[in-house]
Every structure is written in structure tokens, then in C-alpha cells.
Design a protein around this ligand. Structure first.
Ligand SMILES: Cc1cc2nc3c(=O)[nH]c(=O)nc-3n(C[C@H](O)[C@H](O)[C@H](O)COP(=O)(O)OP(=O)(O)OC[C@H]3O[C@@H](n4cnc5c(N)ncnc54)[C@H](O)[C@@H]3O)c2cc1C
Length: 580
């Protein structure tokens, strides 16, 4: 189905629009991935959420960035209270996300497919990626508590974590990083002493604690007597308020003065005899057993969340750039009539759709417990999605800012904040290097590449229509190269594997994006006859997988010809594309 052209010249700004209705590619992805029986039901919620994010939340987010949360460490009587004071607009945003987002649908007993939750997050992060961080960890904490907490702890926490009302709810956070390092968790020095049963006391410092005033925190600590290194780390749940109702021993020392993501308070804290509950299995084993593994299951979900947040910034950057270019004039023409501007917008649109293809495919394999193929696919797609989207988020934010010329650099235009925020995605939940090493780990330890290659091969098999064939052959060639690279590295020593981890991740991400776009193109041609996605996929393959003689300087004007279809979503018949 074709959704009709987007006339950017009719919009004053991205804020104020319905971010679902203005995004035909998102609607396409919902058609592609949502179960048909949930599609109609989901539409109503997507439209509602698109309006909330684009109109209300986005407007407030601009205010919150300029009035970030502050720490009130002591009350007027000198009592230590460690209270975080938020701007009223920040609280209104948090309430709206809690009471109108996927959480509220779940609280009402609705089953929310992961791809639908992803669509909500994608739209929210276009408004404020910091807000996604502040509100997005509760689900992961609830998952850990429901699986591993002792029954009485579960009974106390779960109703709060799943509460429908913001006032009654307890939100989540995850404190892992210590001053000596975030990538290398074997250095964790926070200690845990067992008091009785499942109750422990934690002591130590955490160095990066986002959403620091959360009510339910998961953290890592080393039980007394546990071995050194990763094996000795256990997983704990720390409430903001002790079981007896008193404030827990969490001393917030300072809210960090950050480059971006200012809406979410990220702080340095001390645990001082902080009451905690171990999230261990009831089996008779060491308390620290599998602590890190369990934490990493939440981290993996958060990494995909970060990929999606970066995708949101990519989309916002494209939308802002397209609107600005449709209004601003230079040399007697609208910017979007100028060849270089057209090319920039086309390239941005390609990157957004290629990243979206990877991110939404990954979500489609999330939570499929018991399906080993899907589990391995998800295992490798998560680092690939984060690797690609985080870096491209930063690039597109920079391009979107530059489209506005000098205005882009100024804080009362929208792109400066997006660029500041985008930088965070290559760092939190694992830096780019750590993510690339995780791709290698998924291959070496779990053979996850086999699941990836077979999924991509079947995607390419579906791309059989004549206009897709040449691009499909190029993508198949890239896949063969990726196979050979993996085989080579499987036989290499660890040093060499690490050295090539980034290159390998890039190779696999390119191949995956190309194959998925071609599959999307085949699906669109089959279902609606539109060749728009085919144009996107072909151009992406040419840009990313083929090298052109003379650096691409030739008589080809495809980019200019396809601008209306790719950027403005004007209809494109298959006959407009040659059969190659
Ligand atoms: C805004 C913000 C919010 C955050 N919120 C949280 C939070 O809520 N909870 C939390 O636990 N953490 C949080 N973090 C911390 C974040 O997860 C860490 O900063 C990140 O994991 C990197 O750890 P590090 O800062 O200690 O860097 P380091 O581990 O010291 O890394 C420094 C550099 O060395 C590189 N490096 C390290 N090891 C390797 C390797 N083996 N091979 C190649 N290169 C390597 C890294 O890529 C990086 O470039 C937050 C960070 C930021 C910026």
C-alpha cells in the first residue's frame, strides 16, 4: 500500500506534527512485522502516540533540556535527603510515557508485540532520547524481578513495577559502572554482606547512574568471600525505600554535567549499607552464580533500545532537514531544488530506512523463547543494530544540523540538542569497540553467524523481481565475502579477531541491511506494485556495496530522478526503474 506524498513545505517544523502519520516507512514496517490480527488494533495506538510525541512531549522536551534536573542533597534542616528536583514538564512527560505508552497497555492486560513497543520508543526518542533512558529501564527490571526475585520480594515489587498509575508506580534503573571502569566489569568493587535470607547490605560507589532517583535499581556487587573477576559478581535489587519505609542507603553525591541527554539525571552515588535483595536462583549454588549473565540479558535488551533511540534521532534529523530545505531559499531556489541538497536528503533517507530495517528485524526476534534459531539471530543482530545505528545517528544529526547552516549550530534551533544527545549512543550500554567485540563473541561462542547468514539468504531469495535482481546479486556477493571473513577469523588468534572486530561488524551490518531492504522491496512490489522501496534498496546497495570508477563521477542522475519518490514518498511505478 502506498501512503501518498509528504509535502514538507506545508510544515512549519517537525514539532507539532503527528510523527506516526508523517512517517510512511514506519507504517510500512508495522504492516510488515505486526501480526495481521493485531494490526488494526495497533493503528489506533500508533496514531495517538504519534500525536503525543510530536506535539506535546517534543515541545516539553525542549524546555526540559534547558531546565535539567538538579540535586537537593539536604533539606532546610540539614538532613540528607538526596532529592532530585525535576522541572514540571519533565514530570508531565514521564507521566504521559508511563500512563499512555506500552507500559499502560500492558498494565491493562494487552499483549504488546515487541515491534509495536519498538515503534513507540522510536517515536519517543525523536522527541528526547534521555526520556527514553529514564522511562525505558522499568520493563527490564520487571523482567529480572519476575524471573529471579524471591517470592516475597516479587510480591512487593511486581505490582509497583507494573502499576497503571504513575503515582503508584516504581520505575527502574541499572547501576553497573564504577569509577574504575564500565567496559571491564571484572573490576567491580562494591561489596555485599548477607544479613539474613535474601536480604543483603551493599557498600561501594557507582560512577554512572542514569535515572538515579528510580525506585527499583538493579546493580552488581561482590558478595564477601566471592572469587575475584567476573565469576564473583552477583546481581541485586536495591529499592529506594527500605522494607520498613525509611530511605535506603543511597547517597547521591553529584548529578553529572553532561554534554547531552540532560533530561535524565545521571549521578555518582555511594551505597552505604544499602538494603538489597539478591536475584539468584533458588538452587543451592554460590550466591553470585550467574549474576552477570542475568544482568547481561537486561543489557542486551537495553543495547537494542539504544539502537532504536539512535534510529529515532536519525529520523528526527532527516525530518528536520527535509522541512528546513523545503523552506529556505538560496541562489533563487529552494534548498531542496539544489542537486547537492537533494543528494544529502536522499542519502539520509536511505540510512534511516536501512537502519530501521535492521532494528525492526531485530525486535521481531525478541522474546521468542524456546526458538533457538531466533535466539541466535537476536544474539548477533543486537550488537549489529547498535553498532550501525549509534554511529549513523551521530552522522545524521551532524548532517541535519548542517542543513540548517549557522542556525543549526544555535541552541534555539532543534538540531544542536539532537547532535549532543546522539553522541551518547556510541557510549552507553557498551562503547562501539565493546559492541564490535560482542559481535565476535556471538560468532565464536555461539555460532550465531550461521543463523544470520541463513536469514539473509532467505531474504535475498525473496527478492526475485527483475528490478531487484542485479542489486540482489551484489548483496549475495557481499554475503559470500562476509562468510569468508567469518571463516578466516574463526581460525585466527584472539589478537587478530579483536583487531578486525569493527571491520567485521561493518561488513555484517552492510550485508544485513542490504538483504533486508531488498526483502522489503520485494514485499512492497508484491503487495502494492510500488517500486519505491526497490529504489531505496538499489541505491543503498550501490552506495554501500559497490565501488564506482572515477569515484562515481559519471553521467548518472538517478539520485535526482528518484528524489521525489525516496524523500517525498511520491508514487513510483516499477516501469520507472530499469530491470537491472
Ligand atoms: C550519559 C551516560 C549515562 C550512563 N548511564 C549509565 C547507567 O545508568 N548505568 C551504568 O551502569 N552505566 C552508565 N553509563 C556508563 C557507560 O555504560 C560507560 O561509560 C561505558 O560502558 C564505557 O565505560 P567507561 O566509561 O568506563 O569507559 P572505559 O571502559 O574506560 O573505556 C574507555 C575507552 O576504551 C575502549 N575500550 C575499553 N575496553 C576495550 C577493549 N577490550 N577493546 C577495545 N577498546 C576498549 C572503549 O571503547 C573506550 O573508547 C553511562 C554513560 C554515559 C555517558
Amino acid at each position: 500500500m502506498s501512503y501518498g506524498p509528504i509535502e514538507y513545505e506545508r510544515f512549519d517544523s517537525a514539532i507539532g506534527l503527528n510523527w506516526y502519520l508523517v512517517d510512511p516507512n514506519l507504517r510500512f514496517l508495522m504492516d510488515r512485522y505486526l501480526p495481521p490480527e493485531r494490526r488494526h488494533w495497533a493503528e489506533e495506538h500508533l496514531v495517538r502516540w504519534g500525536a503525543l510525541c510530536g506535539e506535546t512531549i517534543a515541545r516539553r522536551s525542549e524546555v526540559v533540556d534547558k531546565s535539567p534536573p538538579r540535586l537537593e542533597r539536604y533539606d532546610p534542616w540539614g538532613q540528607e535527603v538526596c532529592r532530585v528536583v525535576h522541572h514540571p514538564d519533565a514530570l508531565a512527560n514521564k507521566r504521559d510515557v508511563w500512563e499512555q505508552g506500552p507500559h499502560s497497555l500492558q498494565a491493562r492486560g494487552e499483549d504488546v508485540p515487541p515491534v509495536l513497543g519498538a515503534a513507540f520508543t522510536y517515536m519517543l526518542s525523536q522527541a528526547d532520547t534521555g526520556l527514553v533512558c529514564a522511562t525505558g529501564m522499568t520493563g527490564g527490571v520487571a523482567d529480572l524481578v519476575s524471573r529471579y526475585a524471591p517470592p516475597e520480594v516479587k510480591a512487593r515489587f511486581m505490582p509497583r513495577l507494573l502499576a497503571a498509575s504513575f503515582e503508584e508506580g516504581w520505575d527502574g534503573a541499572m547501576f553497573m559502572t564504577e569509577v574504575d571502569g564500565g567496559s571491564d566489569l571484572s573490576r567491580i568493587a562494591t561489596t555485599a554482606r548477607q544479613v539474613d535470607g535474601d536480604r543483603w547490605l551493599l557498600n561501594g560507589s557507582k560512577w554512572f547512574c542514569s535515572n538515579v532517583d528510580a525506585r527499583a535499581i538493579v546493580t552488581l556487587a561482590r558478595p564477601e568471600g566471592a572469587p575475584e573477576g567476573l565469576k564473583g559478581i552477583a546481581l541485586f535489587l536495591v529499592p529506594a525505600v527500605r522494607a520498613d519505609g525509611s530511605r535506603n542507603g543511597i547517597v547521591i553525591k553529584r548529578i553529572k554535567d553532561k554534554l547531552g541527554t540532560r533530561s535524565v539525571p545521571t549521578a555518582e552515588i555511594d551505597f552505604v549499607d544499602a538494603e538489597a535483595y539478591i536475584l539468584s536462583s533458588p538452587r543451592a549454588e554460590a550466591p553470585e552464580a550467574r549474576g552477570l549473565n542475568r544482568m547481561m540479558s537486561m543489557v542486551n535488551g537495553s543495547r537494542l533500545g539504544v539502537a532504536n533511540m539512535a534510529l529515532g534521532i536519525m529520523r528526527r534529523s532527516f525530518l528536520e532537514a527535509a522541512i528546513y530545505a523545503a523552506h529556505r531559499r538560496a541562489f533563487g531556489r529552494r534548498l531542496d531544488e539544489l542537486p547537492l541538497v537533494k543528494e544529502t536528503l536522499v542519502d539520509m533517507a536511505l540510512e534511516v530506512e536501512a537502519a530501521a530495517a535492521l532494528v525492526f528485524e531485530t525486535y521481531s526476534h525478541s522474546g521468542r523463547r524456546g526458538d533457538e534459531e531466533s535466539r541466535r539471530l537476536y544474539r548477533i543482530l543486537v550488537p549489529l543494530a547498535k553498532f550501525r545505528a549509534a554511529r549513523k545517528g551521530l552522522e545524521l544529526a551532524s548532517q541535519g544540523l548542517e542543513m540548517m547552516g549557522g542556525n543549526g549550530y544555535i541552541e534555539n534551533f532543534p538540531m544542536a540538542r539532537q547532535l549532543r544527545d546522539a553522541q551518547c549512543h556510541t557510549i552507553w550500554e557498551g562503547t562501539e569497540n565493546i559492541i564490535a567485540l560482542d559481535t565476535v563473541r556471538a560468532i565464536v561462542r555461539e555460532g550465531a553467524h550461521e543463523a544470520l547468514f541463513s536469514r539473509l539468504e532467505s531474504a535475498l531469495e525473496r527478492a526475485a523481481q527483475p528490478p531487484l535482481r542485479r542489486a540482489r546479486d551484489v548483496a549475495a556477493g557481499a554475503l559470500t565475502q562476509a562468510r569468508e571473513a567469518v571463516s578466516f577469523l574463526l581460525n585466527a588468534d584472539d589478537e587478530l579477531r579483536q583487531l578486525h572486530a569493527r571491520r567485521l561488524s561493518a561488513l555484517l551490518a552492510d550485508a544485513a541491511q542490504a538483504a533486508l531492504l531488498l526483502e522489503e522491496a520485494a514485499q512492497e512490489m508484491k503487495q502494492s506494485g510500488s517500486a519505491r522501496k526497490a529504489a531505496v534498496a538499489r541505491l543503498f546497495v550501490r552506495r554501500r556495496l559497490q565501488s564506482a570508477p572515477l569515484g562515481g563521477i559519471d553521467g548518472d542522475r538517478t539520485v535526482l530522478r528518484l528524489f521525489p519518490a525516496i524523500v517525498r514518498h511520491e508514487p513510483l511505478e516499477a516501469s520507472a526503474l530499469d530491470s537491472g
